[in-house]
Structures are given as C-alpha cells and as structure tokens.
Design a protein around this ligand. Structure first.
Ligand code: ADP
Ligand code: ZN
Ligand code: ZN
Length: 665
C-alpha cells in the first residue's frame, strides 16, 4: 500500500496521511512536491514529506488527495534540511515552517514560474563601480575569508560605522561570483533602501534580486524562481529570504547581524541569522556576520573562537569617528526636549551650512494625556498602554493595537475640561524646532509619514537636496543611511533603555545609540554627538561613551555571566494568552507541573504577568525555561511540547513557544 505522509499548513505539530489518487504513477511521487488535499471542510496545499507503507489511521478514515500539483519538488534537498532543522529546533509544525519558507502564490497552489522578469536588477548597460583600494584592515578581512572560501566558517566582522564593511562584502562577493557562485545577503528590514540595493547591483554585471516586504506576491514568486534556477546571482533580502532556494550558494552575508528584525516575532518564531549559520554549515560555505555593534552572543562566540573575529577599528578613507558629549538635562534643562547646550550646537552647525540629525524614538505628538483633577491618564481599552496623542489627525492612538479615538475634550473619569498634554514625540519636537529655526528645512522621518509607498524615497531625496537642514526622526532614520552632510547628531532622550529590566534592553540601547551616532561625520567633515540624559553618571552609559562598544559589551557579558543569562544559558519562553488572566495563569501552572524525567538542570521561572499584561484585550502570562546546556533545553522541549498539547483546555488558550527569545518580559 502507498500512503502519502504530508506536511500541511496548520499549527498542529504532526504530519498527515493520505492516499494517492488511484492509478497514479508512483515514480512522480517525490518528496518536496505539492499536493492538494481535502482537510476538514477546506482544501489545503500540502508538501509531500515521505511515502510510507503503514499508518496507524484506520484505512476507511484515510482520504484521497485531490491532485498532484508539481512535477518537480518545490522544496529542494537543502531547503528541506533547513526546514526540518528549524521545525525541530524551534518546535513548530513542519507544515508551518514550509509555509513560511515558500512564497504566498506557491502556498496557494499556483505554478512556480517567473511572472515578471523585470525584477531582475541587471546592470548590463551602465558601467560598474570600481572596487576601492582597501586599507590594511579591510585587506586582511577579505583575505581571511578568501583563504577558506570553500568551507564552513563564521566570521564576525566588527567594524565601526563607516569603516568600509560594505566594500569588504563587495570584494569577497567578487571572488565568489568569479567562480559562478550565488550569494545571499540578509539585511534588516529598515535598511533595505534603494541605496543599499543599488550599491550591490552597480558593482557587478550580474543579475540581482531584492526581496522585501513591499514586493507583490508575483514579484516574490519570480525572485524565488530566479534564485532557484540560478538566473539570479545575488539575492538581497530581509529575514524570510533565508529560505530562498539556490543552485550554487557560495556565500552568506548578514549585515547588521545584531538587528532584532532578523527575529520573527509572531507565528513561527525563528532567527534568520541563526538559521543562516545552520545553512552555511549545510552548504559548507563561509558566512560573514557584519556589524558596528555586534550582538552580545556573536561577540561571545568570537571570543571563544567559535567565530573568526575580524576587526575594523577605524573609519575608511578620511572620515573620523565622532566626538561624544553627554548633556546633563538636570543642569541644562530641556524645553520641548531641547537643552540650551544642544540648541546652541544646532545653531552653530546650521550656520556652518551642515545638517543636524535629531533622534527621538517616540512618534506622535505626546505620549501622555493627563487629567490634573483626578490623575486619570488616557489608556487603551484593549491594552495596558497609554494612548499617544497625534496632533495632525487630532487622535489618540495605541501604538500596540492601533486603536484610535478622538482626542477627548474632557476627562473620561471626572469630566474636568482641561487635560494636560505631557511628554515629547517627534511631532512635538518638529513643532518646537519650526519655531526656533524658522527658515531651515525640517525633514521628519518616522512611521507616520513614511507609510505611503515611495514616501521614504522622497524624504531621502529631500535630505539629499538640502545640504543645510534639520533631520529628525525615530530609528527609521538611525540605521544604515549614509548622510555625508550630517555633522551633529543629537540624542534627545538616552534614558529609556537604561533602567528596563528586560534581558536585552541595555544592549539594544547601546547599539541604537552608536548606530545613531554613526550617522555623524561620515564623509570628510568631523562629527559631534550630543547625548541628553538625566543620568550622565550611569555606569553603562559612561563606559559606552568613554571607552566604546567593546568594553561596554564585555561589561554586559560579565553581568550576564553573574545572572546566568544568555550566552551563559539558553532560554525558551512560553507565552499564554487568554481573555481571562486566571485561565492563562492556570494553563502555565499546568505546563509547569508536567514532569519530564531525564533532565535536572532546567529552571522554570514563572508564571508571571508580561510587562504589558494586557494586549488587544488578551492577558499574557509568561513561563521562562532556562538551562545551561542548549541540548538539555532542546531535550526538555521535545518531550514537553507534546504534553502541553495534551492539556485538556490547551486549545482554548493561545500559547506560543519562543526559543531563544529576544525579549523575556
Ligand atoms: P560601513 O558599511 O562599514 O558602514 P561603508 O562600506 O558604507 O562602511 O563605507 C563608508 C564610506 O567609506 C563609503 O563612502 C565608502 O565608499 C568609503 N570607503 C570604504 N572603503 C574605503 C577605502 N578603502 N578607501 C576609501 N574609502 C572607502
Ligand atoms: Zn479627571
Ligand atoms: Zn491598544
């Protein structure tokens, strides 16, 4: 008997057995092809995993598949291994992993054909940009990778902003392309600007595709087919591009490897950088992780020689690293977020005809609407969050669930008419700046004014067109861009990450600060960075600014070692969500009480309420699992997850497992 064992796009962690259509030629049943099947009252597209002779399901209950879709596997050998590994490691259903790995149109059963060839960015007409003459550090880095170009090795390229990492990528890529190898470049969501893609596509006379969230489904499918068939030599993409099939993959580059957008934060929670390392091992090829601010984990791996460490301590060309200055806003009070010292500096840099970049990681006008009569604060009804006042739309918005309401005329509780607007967002800062600097162009960049397609591009063009201007914005403006005319960077409020208890808050604060600072003085003009804080004596802030990023990370490592946190331990987080807080809690208590024998070094912490205890009307409770050994944690989860699924009311609770969580609160 021939039974088809399929992975279906459902969260159920199991495979499904079906019978083939009668009379089918078994030779065409190869693993990796898609088939359409009846499932409950629907039709689903599944992937054939294996053909078996026996099943535990009674024969009369087995359904027949409806049709075979492919003549050739959609999931090739390598992607199959990658997906199996991911399903195993993150403990998700193989069907769900496959679904994340293939383009939407393939998920829907459409043909794997190139719909639009125009997405290939071929640089066949124009001149290619010339490779730059490398400095010694760059030269060494390129040589180190080239020396072992045909084997698996992880390189951590730790190069300050503007040190010429991209030039290194390009020159290593040139070697690989000369051998007809394909290259995968992963970059964070936020830096996939046309500029970045252009830099890669203008150097080589080879076809390049870029995979980003603004692509249509047809474009995405086309890019996928072009990579799989070796018609595209370079694929540049965000997180999910890690699942792109290649015929001759020879190199993986992960730029800004520390960036949290590499971690998928809903549904199937995977880390694209970590999967990239697995994939490089699978293909036996080098992988370069580049960053000006490496993650604590990667830095640790370099320290214990698991990764080869390559360092670029100085900026390339003539550019100098900026000077840092801490401004104590208790001494120099800030009005509308701008202290006197900063205001003077802005005036000076503008007078010299340069650009000033001001960073504030809070969009909207003001984060707090407050009633002075009864101390009521406008909060979201569905979340444990304050609502943010957006002046342009005259609305209050919840930044967590997108709920909106008109700006109230009076207090919800006591009806007092005069509500106060407290705190500072980018809109309010913009307004204040417009009053101080009447004739200077102000260019604001945040999520609110870049939603429209092409808006970001226009703003970048404006920045380019106005050599003397004030740029202000959130982290959208902080990362990846090259603004040669910025000589002053002002960080309006450095304090938000200093006191958060979350595992990576300090690390991320440091990274963001240096990334923003890195926008200053990138060309031949020297830069200054002014950091406004209420805590200029804070140890970590001092260390970061006086000594630099490495001592800062060393300090974080010391703290992580003391608290036995990653990379000195391994974590998994189970989050349970329910309309009833009690139910979520009880569920996790049950999970906690499941005994798994054979492991004794698993620590269970919780259940506790999430920091934002209520989101979108649901209460979140957390259970953290911790072990000193990755293997032990994996073993534990392998036995635990099936037991969780057996908990009688498990399907009434939304629960998710997050292995190697970025946030634990
Ligand atoms: P990173 O990626 O590390 O931020 P980039 O590769 O963007 O740095 O380089 C920053 C700037 O320095 C770019 O304008 C680049 O053209 C220039 N640059 C890079 N390498 C060299 C070099 N060897 N000589 C001169 N300029 C260089
Ligand atoms: Zn009130
Ligand atoms: Zn909300």
């Amino acid at each position: 008997m021939t039974i088809l064992r399929l992975a279906l796009p459902t969260p159920l962690r199991r495979l499904f057995d079906y019978l083939p259509v009668p009379g089918v030629d078994c030779a065409i049943l190869v693993p990796g092809i898609r088939v359409r099947v009846p499932f409950q009252s629907r039709r689903l597209v599944g992937i054939l995993v294996e053909i078996v002779q026996k099943t535990d399901i009674p024969l009369r209950k087995l359904k027949k598949i409806i049709e075979i879709i492919d003549a050739e596997p959609i999931i090739d050998h390598d992607i199959n291994k990658l997906c199996h590994f991911a399903a195993d490691y993150y403990h998700y259903a193989l069907g769900e992993v496959y679904a994340a790995a293939i383009p939407t149109l393939l998920r829907q059963g459409k043909d794997a054909i190139v719909k639009k060839k125009s997405i290939l960015l071929a640089n066949t007409m124009g001149q290619c940009t010339e490779p730059l003459t490398l400095n010694d550090d760059q030269e060494q880095a390129v040589r180190a990778v080239y020396a072992k170009k045909d084997q698996f090795q992880v390189y951590l390229l730790d190069g300050v902003t503007g040190s010429g990492k991209t030039e290194i990528y390009l020159q290593i890529m040139a070697h690989m392309l000369a051998q007809n190898k394909q290259i995968l470049v992963l970059i964070p969501e936020i830096s996939l600007t046309p500029q970045t893609v252009k830099r890669f596509s203008e150097r080589f006379k080879v076809p390049v595709v870029s995979l980003h969230s603004n692509l249509s489904d047809a474009d995405r499918l086309s890019a996928w087919v072009l990579a799989k068939s070796n018609q595209a030599s370079i694929v540049i993409g965000t997180r999910s591009a890690i699942f792109t099939p290649f015929r001759h993959l020879g190199l993986i580059i992960v730029d800004e490897e520390h960036d949290s957008s590499f971690k998928q934060q809903d549904r199937f929670r995977y880390h694209a950088r970590d999967l990239a390392i697995f994939r490089a091992r699978l293909h036996n090829i080098p992988i370069v992780l580049g960053s000006a601010t490496p993650s604590v984990e990667s830095f640790y791996n370099a320290k214990i020689n698991r990764y080869q460490y390559l360092s670029l301590p100085t900026r390339a060309g003539k550019a100098q690293l900026p000077d840092f200055q801490l401004i104590d806003v208790r001494q120099s009070p800030a009005e509308h977020g701008l202290s006197k010292v900063l205001l003077q500096a802005i005036t000076k840099h503008l007078a010299a005809g340069n650009q000033v970049l001001l960073f504030l990681n809070r969009r909207g006008f003001a984060p707090v609407i407050y009633c002075p009569q009864c101390a009521w604060i406008a909060g979201c009804k569905r979340c444990d969050m304050r609502m943010v006042y957006h002046r342009k739309d005259h609305l209050l918005k919840c930044h967590h669930c997108n709920a909106k309401r008109p700006m109230p005329k009076a207090c919800d509780l006591c009806s007092a008419p005069h509500l106060q607007i407290l705190g500072l967002g980018t809109e309010r800062l913009e307004q204040a700046l417009a009053e101080y600097f009447k004739d200077i162009p102000l260019i604001r960049v945040d999520r609110d004014n870049t939603k429209r397609k092409g808006a970001m591009h226009e703003l970048l063009q404006q920045i380019h067109d106005h050599p003397c201007a004030i740029l202000l914005g959130t982290q959208m403006l902080a990362k990846g861009h090259h603004f040669p005319n910025v000589t002053l960077v002002g960080i309006i409020d450095a304090d938000c990450g200093l006191f958060s208890a979350d595992l990576r808050a300090a690390e991320q604060m440091g990274q963001l600060l240096l990334q923003v600072a890195g926008r200053a003085g990138r060309a031949d003009k020297p830069g200054t960075v002014m950091v406004q804080t209420k805590f200029p004596k804070h140890d970590l802030l001092q260390l970061l600014i006086a000594k630099g990023y490495l001592p800062f990370v060393e300090q974080l490592l010391t703290e992580r070692a003391l608290s036995e946190m990653p990379p000195y331990s391994f974590l998994a987080l189970i989050r349970a969500e329910s309309l009833s807080q009690e139910r979520a809690r009880e569920f996790l208590e049950q999970v906690r009480s499941i005994t798994i024998s054979g492991t004794d070094d698993i620590e269970l912490l919780g259940p506790i309420s999430a920091t934002i205890a209520k989101r979108k009307g649901c209460y979140s409770q957390l259970l953290l699992l911790k072990s000193k050994k990755r293997m032990h944690l994996q073993y534990y989860l392998r036995l635990l997850v099936p037991e969780i699924e057996k908990i009688p009311n498990a399907h009434h609770i939304r629960w998710v497992l997050d292995v190697d969580p970025l946030e634990v609160l």
